[in-house]
Design a binder for this molecule. Structure first.
Ligand code: MG
Length: 160
């Protein structure tokens, strides 16, 4: 076994009066993501991919949305608290690929900041964190601007 891979998916509703945080970066927007935590949909997908690759279940098992400790939680801190569990399995992140599916605003101006933010949280180089942008083409909850979805794949290797 040289590498292990995990997949993650998440979606959150867009709502007025909320902040839009993706990969730990706040993006100027008249609507933001609603949820129990900061609703950072991209970081949630990456946490699930990390947990998946390490065989450690899912984000809901580790951070139940019924738990008041995680109300308005900083999702990058949740990610940071998952990493020691991955290391304890003798594993470490190799790379992340991800897609944010969002109608607006445009992700491109924020892409490099998001890569750097996630790379710092994961302890890898920004070049090992890829963030792609897609839209809903006017179709479905993303296309109607009702929400944002994110997908991620994480690879882990056995630590030296
Ligand atoms: Mg979520």
């Amino acid at each position: 076994m040289s590498t292990l891979s995990g997949i993650g998916y998440d979606s959150h509703r867009l709502a007025p009066g909320r902040r839009l945080i993706l990969g730990g970066v706040e993006i100027p927007s008249d609507v933001g993501l609603d949820g129990h935590s900061d609703a950072d949909v991209l970081t949630h997908a990456i946490i699930d991919a990390l947990l998946g690759a390490a065989g450690l279940g899912d984000i809901g098992q580790h951070f139940p949305d019924s738990d008041e400790r995680y109300r308005d939680a900083d999702s990058l801190e949740l990610l940071a608290s998952v990493l020691p569990l991955v290391f304890a399995q003798g594993l470490e992140p190799v790379n992340v690929d991800s897609t944010v599916v969002m109608e607006r605003p445009k992700l491109a101006p924020h892409r490099e900041a998001i890569r750097e933010s996630l790379a710092a949280a994961l302890g890898v180089a920004p070049a090992r964190v890829n963030v792609k942008a897609s839209t809903g083409e006017g179709i479905g909850f993303v296309g109607r601007g009702e929400g944002v979805a994110a997908l991620a794949v994480v690879s882990l290797r056995v630590a030296d």
